[in-house]
Design a protein around this ligand. Structure first.
Ligand SMILES: [Fe+2]
Length: 455
């Protein structure tokens, strides 16, 4: 079988969604000569209703601007999204000229600003991660001045360009989505494609369109096309019944207690072992005491977000935790926010919106009177990229946050991926290596805990 790129994206956000019928949007850089595709899914089939062809692409616009702002690496778009709230969108005229909306949910790039349509997008591989050649043209410099050199200070110009880009992306996104709603009359939406990682845009969909429920595929980018191809064949072509709702993203490898013990024994580290009930209580106590915790449990997450099975967890009440994490482990740019995991039933107490966000792909505003309570997960504009945690989907992580809530009265922990600057850890061995290399305080592996000896 041969499943086209965007059909795979659409399938990935429909067949594993909770919806019997839904509007679908794949919003992307490009794939198979198309950047954006929308349609409607019903039962065991998907009908495509419209598309935008390459070189016109929201993903290209975002990547080009990210490069111009001096962030050259694959996936750096998230940094620009994190930078945007520091700026004022004073370049809207320029960005509305760079990407123009058209009838029927369509849009066009002003190609004067870009090189990809004439010269293609060079992709090369640099020690395992892809590098993309320069996409923006000299027109950027005419409008904004010279590009920022990598590593140069980030000034208000960069912040304002990021803010304008983000705002324009949202305008174009809602333009497509409002058309999709008009065309289908549906209020349930399945969302995929690399641009669907823009959790700031996603978090505003319910406020700017008639959609009422949104399912964002946890691996919305190209890794998720593998999932889409499987279900397009299984449900779409072979008409097998739809039976799997991918509510979390816990479909990766898991390791037995024997395997974990074997690795711990081999490492020569001393460890304690506790009962199921006791392990989350101890961990919650450590978090409340200010420890930086490695938290390794069950199946690894599919997609880019650590969702409480391969996570580093700390206390969100401590304003200094951002700096501690950056200094000891993450070494990220100081403007990038850290994310909160919250008990699902408490979302409305802390956030302005309550729609679930189980895969950390929605950013909502934190209620103003709550911001001071959880400074380590409150971004400069008062927003938070939350993960809502339910007992059914991740019982152990839910229990950890519940125990933390019991101790502190706060039903939230700070969750960041379990890695230094390499890929997220997968195996117990990776977790132990990361623990030893960084200045984490405690490592929880299943029901075992390793404490760093105070030196
Ligand atoms: Fe894609």
């Amino acid at each position: 079988h041969n499943v086209e790129h965007h059909r795979a994206h659409l399938a990935s956000s429909f067949y594993v969604s909770p919806f019997e019928r839904a509007a679908l949007l794949s919003i992307d850089g490009f794939g198979d000569f198309i950047s954006t595709m929308w349609g409607v899914g019903e039962g065991n089939s998907i009908e495509v209703l419209g598309q935008v062809e390459y070189p016109h692409s929201t993903g290209i616009l975002y990547t080009a601007t990210t490069q111009f702002l001096g962030f050259p690496h694959y996936g750096d778009e998230g940094k620009v999204m994190g930078l945007a709230p520091y700026g004022e969108p004073r370049f809207m005229e320029e960005f509305r000229d760079m990407i123009r909306t058209e009838e029927g949910g369509r849009f066009r790039l002003n190609l004067d600003y870009f090189r990809h349509h004439a010269e293609g997008v060079e992709m090369s591989w640099d020690e395992g991660s892809p590098t993309i050649g320069r996409i923006f043209s000299d027109e950027y410099a005419k409008r904004f001045g010279p590009p920022r050199e990598k590593g140069a200070p980030v000034t208000t110009r960069e912040q304002d360009i990021a803010a304008s880009l983000q705002k324009r992306l949202e305008e174009v996104g809602f333009h497509i989505l409002n058309h999709l709603h008009d065309r289908t009359g549906l209020t349930d939406l399945g969302l995929s494609g690399g641009v669907a990682y823009n959790s700031v845009m996603n978090g505003k969909i319910l406020l700017n369109t008639p959609f009422r429920r949104v399912y964002v595929q946890p691996a919305a980018g190209d890794s998720g096309t593998a999932l889409g191809v499987c279900y397009e064949i299984y449900n779409g072509l072979l008409k097998q019944p739809r039976s799997f709702f991918m509510e979390g993203a816990y479909t990766g490898p898991e390791f037995s207690d024997d395997e974990i013990r074997a690795e711990l024994d081999q490492s020569g580290l001393e460890y304690e072992t506790h009962s199921d009930r006791e392990i989350t209580r101890r961990a919650a106590r450590d978090i409340a005491d200010g420890a930086v915790l490695g938290w390794f449990q069950g199946r690894m997450e599919f997609g880019p977000r650590a969702l409480g099975n391969r996570s580093i967890v700390v206390d969100p009440r401590r304003a200094d935790m951002k700096d501690i994490l950056n200094e000891r482990i993450k070494k990220r740019e100081p403007f990038r926010p850290f994310a909160p995991s919250i008990l699902e039933e408490r979302v409305g107490d802390y956030f302005e919106q309550e729609h679930p966000a189980p895969t950390m792909l929605m950013v909502y505003q934190i209620k103003p009177d709550r911001r001071r309570e959880i400074p380590a997960v409150t971004h400069v504009d008062g927003s938070g990229r939350l993960q809502t945690v339910s007992q059914e989907v991740n019982p152990r992580y839910y229990q950890l946050i519940s125990d933390f809530n019991e101790l502190t009265g706060v039903p939230i922990v700070l969750n960041t991926s379990f890695n230094e600057n390499e890929p997220v850890v997968c195996t117990p061995r990776h977790a132990i290596d990361c623990f030893l290399k960084t200045r984490m305080d405690v490592l929880y592996l299943g029901n075992h805990a390793v404490r760093r000896k105070s030196s």
